[in-house]
Design a protein around this ligand. Structure first.
Ligand code: DX5
Ligand code: ZN
Length: 219
C-alpha cells in the first residue's frame, strides 16, 4: 500500500491567522497543505489566488497540494507553480478541460506533480485513460465549494475501481467530509492521501486531530 498522507485544507482555518495555523499543523507533522482554489464559476464560492499561495510558501516548506476548482485551469498553472516554488502538486478537474493531456504536460513542465480530479457525479471512466500519466487521482466525496459538508458514499466504489485500474505508484486522494469515523473506510477502498479541513481546524487541538486521523488511517 502507498504511504498514508494527511493533507490539511486551510479552508477551515482562520484566514487572518494562517501563519499560526500553519506552524501548528507543521509541528504536528502534516504531510501536505491543501489549498482550495475556487473561481465562482466552476463552483459557487471564491477563495485563494497565487498571491496568498506565495505568502504561504514564505512561511513553510511543506509541499503545497493545490486543488484547482476553476474553469480554464491551464491559464493559471504557471502562476500557482511559481507561487509554490515548484514544491507540491497541482490538481485540476476533468470537468474543466478539453484536452487533459495538454494540461498534464504543462503542469509537469513546471516541476510540480500532477493530480486529476472528478466530482461525485462524474464517472471514473472519464479519467481512466490518464491514470498512467498522473501522480495522483482525487475522488471528491462532496460537491466542491465549501468545507464542512457531509461525506457522499458514492466515493467508496469509485476509489476501489481506481485502485484496481491505476498503476500501483499512483496516489489516490479523497476530499470532502472526512472524519475519524469514516477515514478507515476510504483507506480500506484504496485511498492513501486524505484531505481534511473541518476535522482538523474545527477542533480544539488541530495538531492532535492530525495525529489521530493518521493513526486511525494507518491501522
Ligand atoms: C471542498 C474542498 C475541500 C474542503 C474539505 O470544495 O475541495 O477540500 O475544504 O472540507 P471538509 O474536510 O470540511 O469537508
Ligand atoms: Zn479540496
Amino acid at each position: 500500500r502507498n504511504k498514508i498522507k494527511i493533507s490539511a485544507s486551510i479552508l477551515a482555518a482562520n484566514p487572518m491567522r494562517f501563519e499560526e495555523e500553519i506552524k501548528r499543523i507543521e509541528a504536528a507533522g502534516i504531510d501536505l497543505i491543501h489549498i482550495d482554489v475556487m473561481d465562482g464559476h466552476f463552483v459557487p464560492n471564491i477563495t485563494i489566488g497565487p498571491f496568498i499561495v506565495a505568502g504561504i510558501r514564505r512561511i513553510t516548506n511543506i509541499p503545497l497540494d493545490i486543488h484547482l476548482m476553476i474553469e480554464h485551469p491551464e491559464r493559471y498553472v504557471e502562476a500557482f507553480a511559481g507561487a509554490a516554488e515548484g514544491n507540491g502538486i497541482i490538481t485540476f478537474h476533468i470537468e474543466t478541460v478539453k484536452n487533459p493531456k495538454e494540461i498534464i504536460s504543462l503542469i509537469k513542465s513546471t516541476g510540480m506533480k500532477v493530480g486529476i480530479s472528478l466530482n461525485p457525479g462524474t464517472p471514473v471512466e472519464m479519467i481512466e485513460n490518464f491514470l498512467d500519466q498522473v501522480d495522483m487521482a482525487l475522488v471528491m466525496s462532496v460537491n466542491p465549494g465549501f468545507a464542512g459538508q457531509k461525506f457522499i458514499p458514492i466515493a467508496l466504489p469509485k476509489i476501489a475501481r481506481l485502485r484496481d485500474k491505476a498503476p500501483d505508484k499512483m496516489d489516490i486522494q479523497v476530499d470532502g467530509g472526512i472524519t475519524p469515523d469514516n477515514i478507515s473506510q476510504v483507506v480500506k477502498q484504496g485511498a492513501n492521501v486524505i484531505v481534511a479541513a473541518s476535522a482538523i481546524f474545527k477542533t480544539s487541538d488541530p495538531g492532535n486531530a492530525i495525529k489521530s486521523l493518521k493513526q486511525i488511517a494507518e491501522q
